[in-house]
Design a protein around this ligand. Sequence first.
Ligand code: HEM
Length: 440
Amino acid sequence: MTSNPLPPGSFGLPLIGETVQFLRDRDFALKRQAQYGPIFKTQILNRPTVIMVGAEANRFILSTHMEYFSWREGWPDTFKTLLGRSLFLMEGEEHRRNRKLLMPAFHGPALANYFTTMNDTCRRYLDRWVTRGEATMLDELKQMTFAIASTLLLGSEPGDQTAQLSQWFKALSAGLFSVPINLPWTTFGKAIRARDRILAHLEHAIQDRYQTPTTDALGLLVQTTDENGDRLSLDELKAQAILMLFAGHETTTSMLTSLIMALGQNRDLCDRARAEQQTLAAQGPLDLAQLKTMPYLEQVLTEIERLYPPIAGGFRGVVKAFDFNGYHIPAGWQVLYRIDGTHKLADYYPDPNHFDPDRFNPDHPQAKPGDFRLVGFGGGPRVCLGLAFAQMEMKIFAAQLLRHYHWEILPNQDLSLDRIPSLHPRSGLTVRWSTLTTAA
Ligand code: HEM
C-alpha cells in the first residue's frame, strides 16, 4: 500500500463528471494542465481518469510499464461491438500473434508493391480537383485515402464497389462515436447494419482468396503462417480487415488536410519543399528510390505530425494500481496519454504553436526517434501498425502535390480545429486548384 496521494484535479459533477467539457472544449486538457501540472485527475466517459502529459509518461504507459494497462479496457463499448476482436482490442499473447501475422502486409516488399496504386490514385484525385476548380479537402481526401486502402487491402476495383464500401464505412465510423442504442433509426443501429454488410463482403473476398491467391494485403494475410504454421482464422481475418480499413484512412485524411492547410498558409516553406521536388523531378519521375531522398519533405511531414496530430491521445484501462511521479493511481481507473499535449510542451518545442519544419533538421532535431517526445503514431511495441504504409502514402501525395499543382485556400471559412473523430478544420478546408505551369 502506498502513502502517495491521488493526483490533483476535480472529478466534476456526479455521474457525468467532466465529460461534456472534455468532448466540447479542445483546450480541456491544456487548461487543466496549466492549473494542476502534467498529471491530473478528472472523470470522463463515466470513469475516474488520470491524464498524463510528457515524454516520461508516454514511455511509462507505452513501453516500460505496459503490464499495468489494458488496451481493450481503454476503448468505449461502441468500438468493441463495431470493430470486433481486432488488434485494437487484443492483449498479451493473442495480440502478439495477430500483430506478427499482420506485419508482413504493411512492411518491406509488400509496401514496395503498393507504390503504383498509391501514386496513380493520388494523381487521379489531384487532377480531378483541378478539373473541378474548387474542392473541400476533408471529403475529397477521405474518398482518396479510402480508395487507396480498399484497393490495396482488399483488391477492390475503383468505382461502384469502392463507393458502396465507403458508404458503409461512413455509417460504421459515425457509430463509433455514438450513443450505443441499437434501433433501426439510431446512428449505432445503422452502424451495426453497415458492419454486417462489410463483414459479408469481406467473407466473400476472403473465400475468393482461399481459391485464388492475390497480392493485395488480404491475399497476403490469407497465406501468412506463424512460427507454428498456424494461420489467421476466417473470423480473425474479417475483424482485422475491418480495422485496417477504418484505421487506414481517417487518420491519413486528417494529416493530409493539415498538410495542404499548413503549406497553403506558409508559402515560403511551401516554395522550399517545392524546390526540393523540382530538383528531383528534373532527374526523373517519382519512384521508390526518390522517396528516400527528400529530407526537407520529411521534416515538413514530421512537423505536421507534431503540430496537427490526427489523434489527440490514447486511453487505457488501469488493471494494476501504480505510482508515478509521487502520485498514486488505483486499479479500475483509466489513463489518457496525451499526444497533442506532449507535442505542445515548450520545454521540448520552443514556441510550440509555430509551424516550423526546421525543428526536425537532422543536425539539431528537437525530438529523436524513441525519446517519446513525438508520438503521433503512438510508440513502443504497439506503435501504429500502418506507420510505414501511411508515411509512404503521404510522401507520394505530397511529392506529386508539390511537383504539379498550385492551390489557394479560399477566404471566409472556419479553419478552427475540431478533434472528433480526428483533427480537422471545421470548414473541411475549401481550396481552389490549378496545375503548375512550370512543373517538370
Ligand atoms: C497518418 C496516419 C495514421 C496515424 C496518425 C495513426 C496513429 C496511430 C496511433 C496514435 C496509434 C496508437 C494509439 C494508442 O496508443 O492508443 C495507432 C495504432 C494503430 N494503427 Fe495507426 N495511424 C495512422 C495510419 C494507420 C494505417 C494506414 C493503418 C493500417 C493500414 C493503421 C493501423 C493501426 C493499428 C492496427 C493500430 C494498433 C496497433 C496495435 O495495437 O498493435 N494506422 N495508429
